[in-house]
Write a protein that binds this ligand. Structure first.
Ligand code: ATP
Ligand code: MN
Ligand code: MN
Length: 304
């Protein structure tokens, strides 16, 4: 079909002229993935990744010695950043934040050894009003993958009951993220309170399966419904971001029907992800599906 061909063409973006020093530097020893490989991967997924990364404050997991070496989170700019990286002011932070406006900016971060990209769920032009909710499903020891899938479907149903569409992705780690697009209207506290209410209700209704607080860390055999990704300044790994974990996995958007034992949380990697781009984008309607947070959760500000 014509449309598919057009899409396939659009899905490939030429690598911008960003100077990668030591392009052959190995970032994932076990998978044999180099800095150049990572840059090319991002160029391929960029059309789909862009809306989740551009003009949002970013926290980066930097690993100067590659994924197997020591890594650290960084959210403030440092000296020698590429000119394609934006320094953004945060009225609530003494130090500025990091953002990018283009693939060149992202590749500047790759150059700087950023192996994971963790955006805020809000854009720079509307920093106080999130444009999606992330529910992060963290399986404790002994939880089977089919139960993580069920948890994601449970979250989806509870969000749907509140009028919210949701989308699912692997994390590239151990779990799944369920992400619900919002029209940016409610503030952080309201959105966090809403996410907490979903997590609490799941833990209340099925205490044998779910917990809602990290403190109740008796998590063996249970799934933590981590709602804390939704506070101001909190982040979650971006769709398509690579992970500094064994095998160069990525966080991959899926269609709900794709959830199955065949696709584990780290199934997709920097090396095998490109194949998927020939298929249609399971998150294509993400922004179109955005609604405002339901009014009942918007009565009062500052809920926690
Ligand atoms: P997994 O499926 O393995 O849980 P995950 O990305 O959900 O993968 P979590 O450990 O649940 O990993 O962490 C959730 C999020 O918390 C991370 O994606 C990251 O954005 C944020 N985070 C974790 N540690 C830090 C940190 N030290 N500094 C800033 N953000 C952090
Ligand atoms: Mn998680
Ligand atoms: Mn978590």
């Amino acid at each position: 079909v014509r449309e598919t061909e057009d899409r396939a063409v659009k899905e490939t973006v030429p690598l911008p002229k960003v100077k990668l020093t030591h392009p052959d530097r190995v970032y994932w020893q076990d998978a044999g993935v180099t800095k150049q490989d990572l840059a090319e991967y991002y160029a391929q997924v960029w059309p789909r990744m862009e809306p989740f990364v551009v003009s949002r404050p970013l926290a980066l997991l930097r690993c100067p010695d590659g994924a197997e070496g020591e890594c650290f989170f960084q959210k403030h700019p440092w000296k020698g950043l590429s000119k394609d990286i934006i320094i953004a002011e945060d009225p609530e932070d003494k130090e500025p934040l990091i953002a990018v406006k283009s693939l060149a900016g992202l590749l500047g971060l790759v150059q700087a050894g950023a192996l994971e990209i963790h955006p805020w769920g809000a854009t720079l032009k509307d920093m106080e009003r999130p444009d999606y909710i992330t529910l992060d499903l963290d399986p404790g020891p002994g939880v089977e993958w089919k139960d993580v899938i069920r948890a994601a479907q449970d979250v989806r149903e509870r969000l749907a009951a509140k009028g919210l569409a949701s989308f699912v992705k692997t994390t590239g780690g151990k779990g799944l993220h369920v992400v619900a697009p919002l029209k940016p209207k409610a503030g952080w506290d309201e959105v966090k309170a809403f996410a907490k209410a979903i997590a609490d209700s799941m833990a209340e209704d099925e205490p044998g399966r779910y917990v809602a607080t990290v403190a109740k860390a008796k998590r063996k055999g249970k799934i933590l419904i981590d709602y804390l990704r939704n506070g101001r300044g909190a982040t979650a790994v971006a769709p398509y971001s690579s992970r500094a974990r064994a095998g160069a996995p990525v966080s991959m958007p899926l269609a709900w029907e794709e959830l199955s034992p065949d696709i584990g949380p780290a199934h997709f990697t920097v090396l095998n992800a490109a194949e998927r781009l020939r298929e249609s984008d399971p998150w294509e309607d993400f922004r179109k599906a955005a609604v405002e947070l339901p009014a009942e959760n918007r009565k009062r500000r500052g809920g926690r």
